[in-house]
Ligand binder design. Structure first.
Ligand code: DX5
Ligand code: ZN
Length: 219
């Protein structure tokens, strides 16, 4: 069970200090938005490069941007260990995933809530992770969409069929209330933004989320 806190709702003026509050985080999830693919604008490769130098945890860059084919490689150069592009925006997802891996990063493909996984079954061996969005991307603090649970289950089944060690990440509205449903459906990697950074003790919340997910999985 991997917990990847999103710093979207952390204090952007103190990112290194915010990262230090979650020392056991498996990755720091950084949400890159371009005001075109989603109606919000956040940060780019220079900020990721600065945080990669300042924080010990590896960085999981979630690119909610148009034309990731052009821009994603520079996030690897900036120090991201894992780079997620949206399949709705990618022109050549196979070529892009291969390029990210060749540069030494984990390659990950994200799906918005209305995007089905089935057309991408044959691409799965090219990936290290699939991200199923459980809100419409663009903002933190939105309500978890239960309608995504069947897709998480279907994705788990496809990943089991393909074999290997492809992670299944969920992002959006993940909290102690909703993480069990995600884990039961087959997710193993969990983004949590407001649940972690809205907690009095973000570090303790990371461990609480991990325990809750593991317990749900053991059932
Ligand atoms: C939303 C982002 C998420 C966001 C999650 O588009 O991709 O990573 O930060 O925030 P919460 O956990 O508050 O839904
Ligand atoms: Zn995200």
């Amino acid at each position: 069970m991997r917990i990847t806190p999103s710093l979207l709702n952390a204090d952007f003026a103190n990112l290194a200090a915010e990262a230090a509050k979650v020392p056991t985080a498996d990755f720091l999830h950084m949400d890159v938005m371009d005001n075109h693919f989603v109606p919000n604008l956040t940060l780019g490769a220079p900020v990721i490069e600065a945080l990669a130098k300042a924080a010990p945890q590896p960085i999981d860059a979630h690119l909610m941007i148009e034309d990731p084919d052009r821009w994603a490689p520079q996030f690897v150069e900036a120090g991201a260990s894992s780079v997620t592009f949206h399949v709705e925006a990618a022109h050549a997802p196979v070529r892009l995933a291969r390029e990210l891996r060749a540069l030494g990063a984990r390659a990950s493909m994200a799906l918005k809530p209305a995007t089905p996984i089935e057309p991408y079954e044959d691409l799965l061996p090219e990936l290290d992770m699939v991200l199923i969005m459980t809100v419409e991307p663009g903002f933190g603090g939105q309500k978890f969409l239960d309608l995504c649970l069947p897709k998480i289950r279907r994705t788990r089944a496809l990943l089991d069929k393909v074999g290997g060690d492809i992670w299944l990440q969920v992002d959006g509205g993940v909290s102690v209330e909703t993480i069990e449903r995600c884990a039961e459906a087959g997710a193993d990697t969990f983004v949590a933004g407001s649940a972690v950074y809205g907690a009095d003790d973000p570090g303790a919340m990371v461990e609480r989320l991990r325990r809750t997910a593991a317990a749900a999985c053991a059932h």
